[in-house]
Design a protein around this ligand. Structure first.
Ligand code: GLY
Length: 405
C-alpha cells in the first residue's frame, strides 16, 4: 500500500485520506506497511486492555495471555506512548482519545519517589500527549514528576539513585547507591521540566548525572557496566556489576542501547558535544563487536556464553534504531541512517514481526526482559513496540525533510 504523506502543522492527518492538502513526500512503503499491521495489532491489544470498561496496561504476552502491570511498574508508560505514536502515524483521532485515557490513569506516578523510572513512565505518556495535543495540565505533571525524581539525587556522588537499596531483590546485594545505565533515559524529563518551569535545578541534576555516568560506567572499549554502586558519604565508587546481564564484566545489550540513546538525548538538550561523541563510541562498540549478528538484532548480552544459541533482544534493536535516526540528524553521517533502516527492515520481517492476529496484539516478538531474574524471556515487550514505532516516525520525518523535534 502506498499513500501520499500529507502533514499539517498539528500533525493530524490522514490515514483514511480524508484531509486534502498538497502532496509532500511519498512515505516509504515499509512505514505504510508497518502502520497497516500496527493498526490491526495495537488496535486488538487496546481493545482487550479496555475490556469491561477498565483500563489495564499491557506489558507482554505469554502462554496465550496478555499480561498487565500496575501503574507503578517501570513499563507502565509505554503503552500510552505507543497509542500516541499510533495517533502520530495515522492522524486518526480515535488513537488520541485512547492514548489520553491510557495516559491519565498514570496520574499518581508524578508523586512516585521509590524508584527512578518515572522519567520513562511520564515522558513517554504525558510527554508525547503534550507534544501532540498540548493538553492543559500535562506540563504540570511533568514538572511534578521531575520534583519527585529529584528527591533521588545524591549530591555527594552527583547522581540520581536508581533503586532503593533496602527493598526487594535489590536489598540483597549490599548496595548503598546503585545507579543503572538505564537511568540515562530518565533525564529527558528533567531537561523538559526546566524548559517548562524555568527552574534550572532539574537541568543541573541531569547534567551532573550524565557526567558522572560517563566517567564511571564505561570500560576502555566503551561498553558499559549495568550497575555502579556509589558510597553516599564519600561519593566514591564501591563496585561495578550487573543485575540483568550475563556477568558483571559483560555487555548487557539493552544497557548499551540505553547508553547510546540516553547520551544522544543529552546532546540534544545541552549541545555538549562530549555526549554525542560518547554515544558514537558506544554505538561503535555495539556495531563492531563480532557478536553483533548480521541482521543487527543483538543477542541479549554480547558476552552470553552460548552465542549463537542465545535469545535475541528485539527491544535493544528497536531502541538502537530510534537512537541511530537521531544520531544521523546530529552528525549527517549516513551510516547511522543506513544502519537504522537495516534494523527496521529486520524487525519488519516475519522473523521478528508477528503475523496479524497473533502475539496477543503486540507487534514484535523475541525480546528479553531479564534472564538472571527468569523474567520475560523471548517474548513481546511493550517497550520494543514503543521504540519501533518511534523509529518509524523518525524515519518518516527524516525522509520528508522535517525536523525530528
Ligand atoms: N530498565 C529496565 C530494563 O531495561 O530492563
Amino acid at each position: 500500500m502506498i499513500r501520499i504523506l500529507c502533514r499539517s502543522a498539528a500533525v493530524a492527518l490522514v490515514f483514511a485520506g480524508s484531509v486534502a492538502c498538497a502532496p509532500a513526500v511519498r512515505r516509504a512503503a515499509i512505514i505504510d506497511e508497518n502502520v497497516a499491521v500496527a493498526v490491526r495489532q495495537i488496535g486488538m491489544l487496546a481493545d482487550s486492555a479496555e475490556t469491561g470498561g477498565v483500563i489495564r496496561i499491557p506489558s507482554t504476552y505469554k502462554n496465550g495471555a496478555v499480561e498487565y502491570v500496575p501503574v507503578d511498574d517501570w513499563v507502565s508508560g509505554f503503552f500510552a506512548g505507543t497509542l500516541w505514536y499510533m495517533y502520530e502515524l495515522t492522524g486518526d483521532q480515535t488513537w488520541a482519545a485512547r492514548a489520553q485515557r491510557h495516559t491519565e490513569i498514570l496520574d499518581s506516578v508524578q508523586h512516585l519517589q521509590w524508584h527512578h523510572d518515572v522519567g520513562f513512565m511520564i515522558y513517554d505518556s504525558y510527554g508525547n500527549g503534550l507534544r501532540l495535543k498540548h493538553i492543559p495540565g500535562y506540563e504540570d505533571v511533568i514538572v511534578q514528576t521531575a520534583r519527585s525524581l529529584s528527591t533521588r539525587f545524591r549530591p555527594v556522588p552527583g547522581v540520581i539513585q536508581s533503586w532503593d537499596a533496602d527493598r526487594g531483590w535489590q536489598g540483597t546485594r549490599g548496595w548503598q547507591c546503585p545507579v543503572i545505565i538505564d537511568n540515562m533515559m530518565n533525564l529527558e524529563l528533567l531537561f523538559k521540566a526546566t524548559e517548562f518551569s524555568g527552574d534550572s535545578t532539574f537541568y543541573n541534576i541531569a547534567v551532573s548525572h550524565a557526567d558522572r555516568t560517563m566517567q564511571e560506567h564505561f570500560r576502555d572499549d566503551c561498553s558499559c557496566f549495568h550497575v555502579v554502586d556509589y558510597d553516599l558519604s564519600t561519593g566514591q565508587v564501591r563496585g561495578r556489576c550487573t543485575a540483568q546481564g550475563y556477568a558483571d564484566d559483560s555487555a548487557w545489550a539493552r544497557g548499551q542501547a540505553w547508553a547510546v540513546y540516553g547520551f544522544t538525548t543529552c546532546y540534544r538538550y545541552t549541545g555538549d558535544r562530549r555526549y554525542l561523541d560518547h554515544a558514537r563510541r558506544v554505538a561503535d562498540f555495539m556495531l563492531n563487536d563480532p557478536n553483533m549478528p548480521d541482521d543487527l538484532v543483538p543477542y541479549w548480552d554480547y558476552d552470553a556464553p552460548n552465542i549463537p544459541d542465545e535469545p535475541r533482544d528485539v527491544s535493544t534493536a528497536a531502541v538502537l534504531a530510534s537512537a541511530f535516526y537521531e544520531m544521523y540528524v546530529h552528525t549527517d553521517n549516513e551510516l547511522y541512517k543506513q544502519t537504522a533502516d537495516r534494523i527496521v527492515e529486520s524487525l519488519s520481517s516475519p522473523a521478528y514481526r508477528a503475523a496479524v492476529g497473533e502475539n496477543g496484539g503486540f507487534l514484535l516478538m523475541h525480546s528479553v526482559g531479564s534472564i538472571p531474574h527468569g523474567s520475560n524471556i523471548d517474548v513481546p515487550l511493550n517497550y520494543a513496540d514503543y521504540y519501533f514505532l518511534e523509529a518509524l516516525i523518525r524515519k518518516q520525518r527524516i525522509e520528508a525533510g522535517e525536523p525530528l523535534f
